[in-house]
Design a protein around this ligand. Sequence first.
Ligand code: GTP
Ligand code: MG
Length: 179
Amino acid sequence: MLQFKLVLLGDSSVGKSSIVHRFVKDTFDELRESTIGAAFLSQTIKVESEDQQEVVIKFEIWDTAGQERYKSLAPMYYRNANAALVVYDVTQEDSLNKAKAWVEELKNKVGDEDLVIFLVGNKVDLCEGSDNEDKRAVAATLAKQYAEDQGLMFDEVSAKTGHGVKEVFQAIGQRLYDT
Ligand code: GTP
Ligand code: MG
């Protein structure tokens, strides 16, 4: 079985652990505790080969801690990674700046030829519906343009509702398998 190492990076409380739990266990916890150090989880998915055969691939997922005091541990987890999910919260403008800083660090330390980087805007459920439009702090078009300029994959998701989460991992798996 093909295995790929995947790392999640981003500011504390943007929802990295929640995205991983939605993907691996299909659950959501309103009161998830902040990650200490890092957590390891794994999950398999099926991708399609050139001749339309199903191929099982396994993700080994390192969910890092976003709190500042754990920042120095991150290189241990992104080193040798095949893909990085860099997560921000669409309701927190500064979390996109933190995400951009991670993208810079990855490009400097790992090099983007070797690494698939997926920029993920989480918590879109908080700004759905006309009553909640003002909760959005990062326009999707702005983040999308940044991702395009930087050559990153991009999407918005909700770990709470599950919207878009599977698709992110599926797209990464297919990209890694194809290249
Ligand atoms: P650290 O481990 O400190 O780096 O944080 P994290 O990025 O892992 O965030 P975590 O998954 O712990 O989520 C932080 C808080 O945001 C929790 O209370 C979650 O319930 C909440 N949360 C996560 N994802 C979503 C989402 O998609 N929508 C909403 N409404 N809340 C979310
Ligand atoms: Mg966490």
